[in-house]
Design a protein around this ligand. Structure first.
Ligand code: AVJ
Length: 312
């Protein structure tokens, strides 16, 4: 049996031994990380939340008309806090709609199921805890499926990974099923960069929490004060990147790996990409699937988009 701890330790070993050091943003989300991400979503500088909220508040009714059916199962991947999703779900008929949030965090499922049932009384809420694709594979029913993947969560993947992910979704979807993708759009640096290096330093906390997590879970001795958060954005490439930078020449030991790792002054550990999209990038990602881009919604400032794709 390979435990989660072993997988984490192996990932850290691989990432910190590489010539260009890296750690995966997948590991941001322990309890502390989840709380920090919720704080980020409430920051003015983190425009993504407000932009998508605006789309769902003002165009949710219209979007719901496109997704409705006699019976519909709305499956949300990585459910989050549900505040945005609520603005869409309130337009569905309670009788013939089932809402299924899927998340690897059991607590997230419990929280969102409770909240959504309070917000929308009589909505059938059936949360499932586990791996997206294992769960999707088990959800074979006759009802039409609508898969929600909002908040630009796809953006943490490289385009090749995103392709693989969308192709897997395509494979579990049946004809007529729909996918709604929320994606952040490519825009200027003066808007994007502050979202990833906010003035209160919450994003820095969020990024550096990864070092605390290694200390706690793997017996590391990272000194947080000797590292700092760095964010970059290239408008040309359309990708925001986050790094942890070593302020000094230093060595860190990780007991679980029985090993020390050296960091040069100014050396970077790459921790996250946040991809921004345009239509060409999206078309490239869905190419080769039987998903058809049917509708595109944007907020007034055109910062964000929600796409409706239908399986043909
Ligand atoms: C949850 C992946 C959409 O990349 O914008 C927020 C995570 N990272 N601030 C994003 C995140 C830094 C977020 N996603």
């Amino acid at each position: 049996m390979i435990t989660e701890k072993t997988l984490f330790a192996q990932h850290v070993e691989k990432g910190l031994s590489a010539p260009s050091k890296f750690l995966s943003s997948m590991y941001f989300y322990d309890k502390k990380g989840e709380a920090l991400f919720r704080e980020i979503m409430n920051l003015e500088e983190y425009y993504l939340t407000n932009s998508e909220m605006e789309i769902l508040m003002f165009q949710g009714h219209e979007i719901a008309q496109l997704l409705k059916d006699e019976e519909v199962e709305i499956i949300e991947l990585g459910a989050g806090d549900g505040i945005k999703t609520k603005e869409l779900l309130r337009h569905f008929d309670k009788k013939n709609t089932v809402y299924r949030p899927i998340d690897i965090s059991e607590q997230a499922i419990i929280d969102i199921s409770k909240k959504m049932s309070e917000w929308i009384p009589n909505l059938q809420v059936k949360g499932v805890c586990g791996d997206y694709f294992k769960m999707l594979d088990q959800l074979k029913s006759d009802a039409k499926k609508v898969i929600l993947f909002l908040g630009s969560n796809l953006g943490n993947m490289s385009d090749d990974q995103a392709k693989g992910f969308i192709h897997q979704l395509n494979n579990v979807m049946q004809k007529g099923d729909q996918l709604m993708l929320g994606l952040d759009l490519i825009k200027s640096k003066d808007i994007v960069l502050p979202a990833y290096s906010d003035s209160k330093g919450i994003t820095a906390e969020f990024n550096l929490n990864l070092l605390d997590r290694i200390n706690k879970e793997l017996g590391g001795n990272f000194d947080r004060t000797q590292f700092e958060h760095v964010a970059t954005y290239s408008e040309h490439e359309g990708i925001a990147k986050s790094y942890i930078k070593s302020k000094v020449d230093q060595t860190v030991t990780i007991e679980e790996n029985e090993k020390s790792y050296h960091f040069k002054k100014d050396e970077l550990i790459h921790t996250e990409i946040s991809r921004k999209y345009d239509l060409d990038i999206i078309r490239n990602i869905i190419e080769g699937t039987s998903l058809h881009l049917d509708y595109q919604f944007t907020d007034n400032k055109q910062y964000f988009t929600d796409l409706v794709l239908t399986k043909k």
